[in-house]
Design a protein around this ligand. Sequence first.
Ligand SMILES: Cc1cc2nc3c(=O)[nH]c(=O)nc-3n(C[C@H](O)[C@H](O)[C@H](O)COP(=O)(O)OP(=O)(O)OC[C@H]3O[C@@H](n4cnc5c(N)ncnc54)[C@H](O)[C@@H]3O)c2cc1C
Length: 434
Amino acid sequence: MKRVVIVGGGFAGVSCARRLASNANVHVTLIDKNNYQQFQPLLYQVATALLGPGNAAFSLRSLLRGHANVDVKMAEVISADLTRRTVETADGKKYQGDFLVLAAGAQANFFGTTGAEQHAYPLYSLRDAELLRSRILMLLESVDREPSLIDQGALNFVVVGAGPTGAETAGSLGHLIQTARKDLYNSLEWTKAQIFLVDIGHTVLNGFSKKSQEYAIRKLEWRGVQIRFGVAVKEVHSGYVLLSDGTKILTHTAIWAGGLKASSLSDALGIQTGRGGRIDVQPDFGVSGFPGVYALGDFANIAGADGKPLPQLASVAQQSGYYCARQIVAAIAGKPGEPFHYFDKGIMAMIGRNAAVAEIGKKRYELTGPIAFAAWLGVHALLLIPTRAKIEAFLDWAWDYFGGSNVDPVLDRPEQVAVNWHAGEEKELLRKTS
Ligand SMILES: Cc1cc2nc3c(=O)[nH]c(=O)nc-3n(C[C@H](O)[C@H](O)[C@H](O)COP(=O)(O)OP(=O)(O)OC[C@H]3O[C@@H](n4cnc5c(N)ncnc54)[C@H](O)[C@@H]3O)c2cc1C
């Protein structure tokens, strides 16, 4: 029996584990700091109270149930000895494998921006999304009680970065405000709410076609988003952000969608890392100099057929996981591996309800509106492993988009997102330590 240790239960780690699970000669230990898989494509919907957390997270044990040769361990890996294919967790346990698969994903990259790590809200994990949702709802509740807080920027929201995550978040925030204005918070002065989308570049959705970008800009503006191109967010403070052109925007919610880097585990591997702190892998995803060690998904720089790095996408991560499992099975059988071919399904983004762009397949066939959302739904459904919870989530996404669901304004972590208005600055938030 060969032992495979997988670090990270995201799209890459779970697909690798599931493919290996059907092989009786393999024992898999999947280690993740959470006991669930996160569905990042919908985190912004959770953050803006349009979907519940259960729609964007799925129990790892349920996903891998029924496989006696798979163990799930909830633990944070803090270091790895790649020569011995051994990892150590924060509680001092060690796990050694004949094969070690590193699929620890990514985290926000603040690029050293003053105050961003302390004060901005990133959006990479379920916890990030829940905190942001609580902060937004906390501000709405506060202003509802005390309208003068608007003068301190309580209803100003600044989204940093106009890539897919930033544009989708800004659009969804616009949708939240338009919906909440109608029938929730009746006495709130909604006309004073402002959403800013700030990017040093000159368009949204970098990497999409001009037509998709123009469509997205129109939809964002229709949602009330004020777009500021050609300026960077230079500093983030507890009550304002400072832009590179000297503009100061009062806000208590700076949302960081400005970039990603590999999860911090990459710093503890003792090897030279590549762009974004990711591991430059060989064509078979092996880590050079360490036989039996692989890196996958957002944790790796994976070259496409043209030699250029593939984007950090769920479908890349999932396909890398399946491929890696096949490589491991081939290695155990003493057979040669096969080359990796990425099946490009295209790129897509949603800009609030009833607005989406999709560029399908390698040829980038362009779609907008409800039909683009249908394409989004189809492609993202393929990322789901069919369990009852996932099928329910899928139905909820569709229901939400086509207008069935409402904002759910339950504020569940008030103590972690409180603002100390009288002192003029926030209470030091538990969010950075818990
Ligand atoms: C807001 C947002 C929206 C996105 N939208 C889309 C989209 O619409 N379509 C699309 O294709 N892609 C989208 N992506 C990208 C996609 O989600 C990622 O490419 C994909 O999740 C990468 O999968 P992964 O398995 O490599 O990493 P992840 O899914 O991030 O999984 C990594 C896992 O490792 C665990 N982990 C990390 N460090 C440790 C440690 N030290 N010890 C133990 N466990 C650890 C984490 O808990 C996590 O479960 C989006 C990403 C974000 C952030």
